[in-house]
Write a protein that binds this ligand. Structure first.
Ligand code: BGC
Length: 368
């Protein structure tokens, strides 16, 4: 049907007509011309439309970078970015998205605080003909999502687990090794996936006795960190060390991101432990410096610039009413198979840092 409509109107001229039409209806609620629900090829919208960007919080560097990069990249594309952060509150995020619908945003990009709490408000967006893109995190249990852009989340976890093992071998002799495990915020759909990926590498080594988890805490339920809070991670690490490591050494810790990695390192230092092997995620400036100094062992880089670029590429296709490019995979979100545009994360240690950041002058500058 979309093909027929397009060919009836005839190529580029037809597209202009459609864009013009929807621009007239620019800020109306209905957006009826654009209400076709398929994520592929619909009417498009005005080239200077407002685009809503709903971020979960600004507590880690990646989200602050996303705030700046969406603003600049959308401006460059001639669109307006309406960026909000929900400060880790699902109700605040629902209200912010609701306001974006009222404001006539044509696409809403969402990094959910809680992947499962947005079905109602995104359903309203869908009824108003607004497209929805999940950014970095999956949006769950709703059919009101057209696409997700992210770095493979299970893959990220596999890299974290493998890097922890590699670091133990490189820094702590031949083992067996004492380790502890941390996961991210339980409402973030990435967090269980990161943990699952890491455990696919670590569990066999726990089973064969190479790795020992003296606390016995190995499930995501036990190891998750509410709201990705560094302070909560630090106090859990303090308790683990006090409870299971009096007079014993801790060799390594699985960390789901850089903030938590640094919290773990601080806790170990305060308890008089030698620096354990700790992985991370995000290539935050402070962690890049720590890796360069030989403290944090590794991080996983997932450049925000590339991920925002991918989302903006989809927004531009939606603006023109084009069919979206083939996704790299589809992921079932509990309701539908969501097209996922996945990018590859990269492990960074001191050894490959210069190479890994060769196109990132700000981080490269930290390596001296
Ligand atoms: C992101 C990480 C980030 C974490 C906490 C995750 O969903 O993928 O990059 O560190 O949220 O903000």
């Amino acid at each position: 049907m979309k093909v027929t409509r397009r060919s009836l109107l005839g190529g580029a001229a037809g597209m202009t007509a459609l864009v013009g039409l929807s621009a007239c209806g620019g800020s109306d609620r209905g957006g009826s011309a654009a209400s076709a629900s398929a994520s592929s090829g619909s009417a498009g919208f005005a080239s200077d439309a407002s685009i809503g960007i709903s971020l979960p919080w600004l507590g880690t560097q990646n989200w602050k970078e996303a705030q700046d990069l969406f603003t600049s990249q959308l401006k460059e594309a001639g669109m307006k970015a309406v960026v909000q952060s929900a400060e880790n509150s699902a109700p605040t995020q629902q209200q912010q998205i609701s306001a974006m619908i009222q404001q006539g945003c044509k696409v809403i990009v969402v990094g959910p605080v809680d992947g499962k709490q947005l079905g109602d408000v995104l359903g309203q967006a869908k009824s108003a003909g607004i497209k929805v893109i999940g950014y970095d995190r999956l949006i769950e249990n709703t059919d009101a999502v057209d696409a997700v852009t992210q770095f493979g989340s299970v893959r990220t976890g596999e890299l974290q687990g493998q890097s922890l093992l590699d670091g133990l071998k490189a820094r702590k002799g031949s083992g067996p090794y004492n380790i502890e495990l941390f996961g991210g915020g339980p409402t973030d759909p990435n967090a269980p996936n990161f943990f699952k990926g890491a455990m696919s590498v670590l569990q066999p080594k726990i089973d064969d006795g190479t790795l020992k988890v003296l606390s016995g805490q190995t499930s995501f339920d036990k190891c998750g960190t509410e709201n990705w809070s560094n302070a909560k991670a630090q106090s859990r690490m303090d308790s683990l060390l006090a409870g299971s490591y009096q007079g014993k050494k801790i060799d390594g810790v699985l960390a789901p991101n850089d903030g938590i990695a640094r919290a773990i390192l601080t806790s170990c230092k305060q308890a008089g432990q030698a620096v354990p092997v700790v992985d991370g995620l995000d290539a935050e400036n402070e962690s890049v410096i720590s890796i360069w100094k030989g403290e944090q062992w590794s991080t996983v880089a997932k450049p925000t610039k590339l991920l925002v670029g991918k989302a903006v590429e989809l927004i531009k296709a939606m603006q023109k009413g084009e069919t979206l490019p083939e996704p790299s995979e589809k992921e079932n979100n509990g309701k539908i198979d969501v097209p996922v545009y996945a990018l590859d994360p990269v492990v960074v240690t001191k050894d490959n840092a210069k190479e890994a950041f060769k196109d990132d002058p700000a981080r490269l500058k930290l390596l001296s």
